[in-house]
Design a protein around this ligand. Structure first.
Ligand code: GAL
Length: 816
């Protein structure tokens, strides 16, 4: 939430986007004929004083590392950091990266490109003393053509990258710093598919067949016309069988020209993509000259149809489907922004198990590999480009670059991501200042952005996230945007059809409730607290330890409890989807607190990936998984009155027992999504039994626990793949003599590894823990600790965890 009064109003430059040939090189990475993972073996130095652009600079003593890399996550939390609470008190600075590489003769005979998945921010790149360019935006892919500059004689080349994240504050949330996404080199022929020009759509879909339209541009980098060029596309079904193919007639392509090609194929009895059946097809496009194959590209796509209806919401493949989504920032908790596939996969699996079927990539383009995972898992993605337009939210944020870069950044975002079947909606802005302060730009910018999207992708609707609901908001009122996006304001969802007749609604962001995992204040659970009291009044209340009670009874003044927004959302069919703020806690924005709180309280799951209680509220409503969850823990003072809550499904009622004495059966009343009892605390056991038709179907018990006697390590995996930089996520718990999890265990734990490998990070989900995330020693928080481990060349490693006076926990991991 951010509203400020800003003053400047500068007229938006409405110049026409000339896309063709902006980059003019081979298609997206992963599709090109030869792609090299370029992450390994970089040298790095954090230094905002000296200039290292020169190739001759001695960098022998620089730090050696592999990408992706985020240097901010390695710095100490600093109460004086210029990014302040917004970026989690982790600082920026200027970082330099260098990498030396040589190319083989075959590679030198090709065109050579480098692609950075994302560099935060203000990157400049050189090769062998030639300046390649500058890119302010920290989230878009960046590509440079190296062909003219690599040494043709086989001598080594040096790439130098300067990353300047020194001007702070430049974001409302944690951004990380550095080359934090994958880097690849790729090689193409002189006649090839223009970079990210491939666009696959499915204009006709029925049970018998799907029509597949493939549009692309062939570019000829040579001076002379090239004859006998053909383009063949083969479509493979999810099982890998060839199901359709088509070849163009012979084309003549003039030097320096991009030639448009369209192919139309048919797939019989298509397997449709959906969250439950995320079937993926592959289109393999081969460019030949005569019989000679020049390049071969693979594009993954899905076959699905959808539409939004003003009254009935979202329909996928003809079926009504509510989009039950969450917003996610791009950080991966203790790993910072450094992208890691297994960490992203873990996040998405946790969300899927909760019943989530939608992800909003707030508030910027995400890693392309993250979207690959969304394709595979089956999420309905709302992909966002900007948090800031022309008017600032922070002194050094994107507004500084808006005029010069917005078109290019939006175009690059759309062209990179438009083939992902999981991507359904382009979200073009979030809570833009123009809503309040600039009627002229507030109308002009959405129109311009929507026109750019439509010119590149006529198949997906646009939206913009608004938090100003009045009809004076030019952004909300513009009909150039297909779907009205509401942030919060659940009281206004019901009246939307009357207020905006014929228009469609999606809740781009909801809730913003606050909680610390496993923390409970003994105030009546139905006493709802708004923290802070108002968005613009500094907060001086709350708990001394800066915790927030997890009964789902604290929320921001612009938000609601989880249960409240969820109930309203599920009631109205015209509310097509809702993206809850947020699925996971994230670094920065520790609303309502400041130092030493350094990460958010909004997550349904904490920063370490441990679910808070409300996770089971959603799971009980959004899944078929049987749920009977009981809270709080059962270690209190004799005489305390405790509110006991259960979230459940697939049952008519629940009975609560304290030490086997019934406290009564209850069923959810009215629209409630939980049942609760206020009971006097007695040490012993707390049991909930769920009944259906009077028959017990489920029970769960919490015990009063004694002191912890041993640590145990839980992990869903025993093997992991070192070749793919896979990480193991180990959950450490403390148990008492009875084998019960001790939820009040908050002691120091040390991690040890034998046989190779290292701890990449530890975390406990506590928003005020200022210990470095790379530390091998950390206190548990409310009974839990996460250890993230990376293997090396060893066949197996033994991870052990130790705490004073406790039996150690041990786990063997085998490398693949
Ligand atoms: C929203 C904003 C998010 C986040 C959230 C916190 O208004 O879009 O980025 O700040 O508030 O409640």
């Amino acid at each position: 939430m951010y509203k400020i009064k800003s003053v400047n109003s500068v007229v938006l430059g409405l110049c026409v986007v000339v896309w063709i040939g902006i980059i003019g090189i081979g298609v997206a990475l992963g599709q090109s004929p030869k792609v090299i993972d370029f992450n390994m073996g970089w040298s790095f130095r954090l230094d905002s004083v000296s200039d290292y652009r020169d190739q001759g600079v001695d960098y022998q003593d620089w730090r050696q590392l592999n990408l992706p890399h985020d240097w901010s996550i390695e710095l100490p939390f600093d109460s004086l950091s210029a990014g302040s609470s917004g970026t989690g008190y982790l600082s920026g600075g200027v970082g330099w990266y260098k990498k030396m590489f040589t190319l083989s003769e075959t590679e030198r005979s090709k065109r050579v490109y480098i692609e950075f998945g994302g560099i935060y921010e203000n990157s400049e790149v050189w090769i062998n003393n030639t300046y390649l360019g500058h890119r302010p935006n920290g989230y878009v892919p960046i590509v440079y053509d190296l062909t003219a500059y690599v040494n043709k004689n086989g001598e080594p080349n040096v790439i130098t990258v300067k990353v300047d994240n020194s001007k702070q504050p430049n974001s409302r949330f944690y951004t990380g710093s550095g080359i934090y996404r994958n880097v690849k080199l790729f090689f193409t022929s002189d006649v090839t598919i223009a970079y990210n020009s491939t666009f696959i759509t499915t204009p006709v879909i029925n049970e018998q067949q799907a029509k597949i339209k493939i549009q692309l541009e062939i570019v000829n980098h040579l001076a002379r016309r090239q004859n006998d060029i053909t383009v063949e596309t083969q479509v493979y079904d999810p099982q890998g069988d060839l199901v359709s193919q088509e070849q163009t007639k012979e084309l003549r392509i003039h030097g320096g020209v991009n030639q448009f090609v369209e192919q139309n194929l048919t797939v019989a009895q298509p397997l449709l993509w959906s969250p439950d059946t995320p079937h993926l097809y592959r289109a393999v496009t081969i460019i030949r000259q005569g019989k000679r194959e020049l390049d071969r590209y693979t594009s993954v796509f899905g076959i699905r149809s959808f539409h939004f209806d003003a009254a009935q919401g979202f329909f996928l493949n003809g079926q009504s489907l509510k989009i039950r989504g969450v917003c996610l920032h791009s950080d991966l908790g203790a790993l910072g922004m450094a992208f890691n596939r297994s960490a992203a996969k873990r996040q998405l699996q946790i969300m899927k198990d909760m019943g989530v079927n939608g992800i909003r990539t707030s508030h910027n383009p995400t890693a392309t590999e993250f979207l690959d995972l969304c394709d595979e898992f089956g999420f309905i993605v709302m992909s966002e480009t900007f948090d800031v337009w022309k008017h600032p939210k922070n002194p050094y944020d994107y507004h500084l670059y808006w005029d010069e870069w917005y078109e290019r950044d939006l175009v690059d975002h759309i062209k990179r991501d438009r083939n992902h079947p999981s991507l359904f909606i382009w979200c073009l802005g979030n809570e833009a200042q123009e809503q309040w302060h600039d009627p002229e730009l507030g109308s002009a910018i959405p129109v311009r952005l929507a026109a750019i999207v439509d010119s590149l992708d006529g198949t997906r609707p646009t939206t913009i996230a608004n938090n100003e609901m009045s009809k004076d908001n030019p952004v909300l009122m513009t009909t150039a945007i297909d779907i009205v996006g509401y942030n919060y304001n659940h009281q206004k969802w019901l009246s939307f059809p009357q207020e905006h007749p014929g228009r469609k609604l999606i809740v781009t962001e909801s809730t913003s409730a606050l909680e610390s995992r496993g923390q409970y204040d003994l105030v009546p659970m139905d006493s709802i607290r708004k923290w802070p009291v108002r968005w613009d009044i500094p907060f001086d209340g709350g708990n001394e330890d800066k915790s927030i009670s997890a009964y789902d009874h604290v929320h921001t003044p612009w938000g609601s409890t989880h249960e409240e927004s969820l109930r309203v959302f599920e009631t109205y069919s015209h509310v097509s989807g809702m993206y809850v703020w947020t699925g996971f806690d994230y670094l920065g924005e520790p609303t309502p607190y400041t130092w030493p709180a350094r990460s958010s309280y909004f997550g349904i799951v904490d920063l370490a990936g441990f679910p808070k209680d409300v996770y089971y509220l959603y799971q009980s409503v959004w899944t078929e998984t049987p749920v009977l969850h009981i809270l709080p823990h059962w270690n209190w003072q004799h005489g305390d009155t405790i509110d006991v809550v259960t979230y459940y499904n697939q049952a008519d009622e629940v009975e609560l027992f304290v030490n086997d004495v019934s406290k009564g059966r209850k069923a959810k009343e009215k629209n409630n999504l939980h049942v609760s009892w206020a009971v006097p605390y007695e040490a012993g056991s707390l049991t909930a039994i769920a009944y259906q038709d009077g028959v017990e179907v489920r029970r769960t018990t919490r015990h009063t626990t004694g002191e912890a006697v041993s640590l145990v390590i839980k992990s869903k995996q025993d093997t992991f793949d070192t070749a793919h930089e896979e990480l193991a996520f180990l959950e450490v718990l403390a148990i008492d003599v009875g084998g019960n999890e001790v939820s009040h265990f908050n002691e120091w734990v040390n991690v040890d590894i034998q046989g190779g490998g290292r701890v990449v990070a530890t975390d406990n989900g506590c928003p005020t823990d200022l210990m470095s995330f790379q530390s091998w020693t950390r206190k548990a928080y409310n009974g839990k600790l996460l250890v993230v481990v990376k293997g090396d060349t060893a066949n197996e490693i033994i991870v052990s965890v130790h705490a004073d006076g406790l039996k150690s926990g041990i786990r063997k991991l085998v490398m693949k």
